[in-house]
Design a binder for this molecule. Structure first.
Ligand code: HEC
Length: 143
């Protein structure tokens, strides 16, 4: 019996190690703060409450995996394994005085330092979206 318990414990440790190597879970740990701070201006074209069509800023749509990976006007915004080349992270790290800082000052919640580190760790670990594709039923303009 002792041996069995030890085996289970070792298997458990191995699993925990594997989970860490994969980095943060996109849907659970990353998407909530991305959604909160960035989706408002980077979602598919839609009509606002006054009936005007709103286009995604810089042609960047992040509400589904394919468009997120495709990037915006300037191309890819996430480079797996390379946080320094990932403008989606780098723009949040820029000084507030920079015009390129995201989100634009006062327009949405800043990412906290902890969230920036999580996002960096997620890119570093390969930018794996897991099962996340998008929430098709959700009315995106409310996100
Ligand atoms: C209030 C609207 C608004 C919000 C909120 C917002 N953005 Fe932007 N974003 C813009 C505008 C406007 C541009 C185009 C001007 C520019 O490039 O700075 C842009 C451009 C970008 C680009 C450049 C894409 C390209 O290919 O040129 C990236 C990357 C980006 N945003 C990331 C983010 C991130 C990350 C967040 C959340 C932390 C965010 N944005 C939140 C308005 C917004």
């Amino acid at each position: 019996m002792r041996i069995h318990i030890a085996t289970i414990a070792i298997a458990g440790l191995a699993l925990a190690g594997a989970a860490r190597a994969e980095g943060p879970d996109f849907e659970k740990e990353i998407w909530p703060f991305v959604k909160n701070s960035c989706v408002k201006c980077h979602q598919p074209p839609h009509k606002d409450e006054r009936g005007r069509t709103r286009k995604p800023k810089a042609d960047l749509v992040i509400t589904n995996k394919a468009d997120f990976l495709k990037g915006g006007e300037d191309g890819e915004v996430i480079k797996a394994g390379n946080p320094k080349e990932s403008s989606f992270l780098q723009r949040t790290l820029l000084d507030m005085s920079s015009d390129d800082h995201m989100p634009p000052e006062g327009k949405a919640d800043e990412w906290t330092d902890e969230q920036k580190k999580l996002f960096e760790a997620w890119i570093q670990a390969g930018a794996d979206f897991g099962k996340w594709e998008r929430d098709p039923e959700v009315d995106l303009k409310d996100e």
